[in-house]
Ligand binder design. Structure first.
Ligand code: ZN
Length: 267
C-alpha cells in the first residue's frame, strides 16, 4: 500500500508542469549541479521557476503544450548557455517532443551526440549561415517534408542548432569537425521574410527559437513555426515582466500572448 502511494506521488511530481521534464531541463539540472557558484543572471535576486527560468509569478509552464511534428532538434549548447534565463533553446524543447540537447565540449565529443547524428532514422542538417560552409560541404535551402504525401522519403529531419552567442556558435562550428560533413541548411532573406523575420544587421542575433521556427517552416510545418514564434513572443514578454521594476499588475499583454499561442495550436 505504502509503495503504491509513493509511486503516485512521484508521478504527480513529474507531471506537475503538465509535461515531464525535457532534455534542456535535464541539462540545466546537471550544469547547475556541477557549478561551483550560482549563475549571475540579470535579476539574480528574482525567485525563478526552475523549469522556465522566469520569475515565479510569470511562470509559463502551465501554458506549455506539445506540438505534433515530424521534425526533430538537436541543441548543442555552449557551456553555461543552459543556465541563462534568456536562452530560447529551451522553448524548442518545450514544444517539440523529439528535442535533444547536449553541452558542447571542445576536447571531448559526446558519444550519444555522435550516435544521434549517425542514426539512420534521421537526416541531420546543421542550421548555419552558408558563408561558413567548409570546402565541399553541401548547402541546402530546402528540406523534403516527410509524411504520408512524400513517398520514398522517410527520414526525419534532425535540425542541429548551435546554441550560444554568435561568437560561441562560430567557435563550436570551427572546432567540431563532425559538423563539417553535415549538410548545412541556410535561410535566404526571402525565407526569413516569409516567416516574419528580417535578415539584416540583426541577422545573426536571431534567437535560437526563431531559427528553429524558420527550420520548421522550410520543413513544411508552417503551423508549428507559427506556434513556436507565438511561444517565443510570450517568453519575451514574460521575461520583460520578470525584469520590470514597474508595476506589473496589468497582465493583459501576457494573457493576450498566451491566448494567441493556444489559438495557434488549432490552426
Ligand atoms: Zn515555469
Amino acid at each position: 500500500m505504502a509503495h503504491i502511494k509513493r509511486s503516485i506521488i512521484l508521478k504527480a511530481t513529474a507531471t506537475s508542469m503538465g509535461f515531464p521534464s525535457h532534455a534542456v531541463h535535464l541539462r540545466y539540472q546537471y550544469r547547475k549541479a556541477i557549478s561551483t557558484r550560482p549563475y549571475n543572471a540579470r535579476g539574480k535576486n528574482l525567485v525563478r521557476c526552475d523549469a522556465c527560468l522566469l520569475a515565479k509569478q510569470f511562470c509559463t509552464c502551465g501554458s506549455r503544450r506539445q506540438l505534433t511534428s515530424n521534425a526533430s532538434f538537436l541543441l548543442i549548447m555552449y557551456d553555461d548557455e543552459v543556465l541563462k534565463p534568456s536562452n530560447s533553446g529551451r522553448l524548442i524543447a518545450d514544444l517539440v517532443p523529439d528535442t535533444h540537447a547536449y553541452i558542447w565540449s571542445r576536447t571531448q565529443v559526446n558519444r550519444k551526440l555522435l550516435a544521434l547524428l549517425n542514426d539512420p532514422q534521421y537526416q541531420a542538417y546543421l542550421v548555419f549561415p552558408s558563408e561558413y560552409a567548409q570546402p565541399g560541404q553541401t548547402v541546402v535551402e530546402k528540406v523534403e517534408p516527410i509524411g504520408p504525401c512524400s513517398a520514398g522519403v522517410n527520414k526525419r529531419p534532425l535540425f542541429v542548432l548551435l546554441d550560444g552567442s554568435w561568437r560561441e556558435a562560430i567557435k563550436m562550428f570551427n572546432k567540431s569537425p563532425y559538423l563539417h560533413s553535415l549538410p548545412m541548411l541556410s535561410f535566404t532573406p526571402e525565407t526569413a521574410a516569409k516567416y516574419g523575420l528580417r535578415k539584416g544587421s540583426r541577422d545573426f542575433q536571431l534567437g535560437t527559437a526563431e531559427v528553429a521556427a524558420l527550420a520548421l517552416g522550410v520543413a513544411g510545418e508552417a503551423h508549428n513555426a507559427a506556434s513556436l514564434n507565438a511561444w517565443f513572443a510570450l517568453f519575451i514578454e514574460s521575461s520583460m515582466f520578470s525584469r520590470s521594476r514597474k508595476s506589473t499588475l496589468d497582465r493583459t499583454p501576457l494573457n493576450q500572448l498566451t491566448y494567441a499561442f493556444h489559438q495557434s495550436l488549432h490552426k
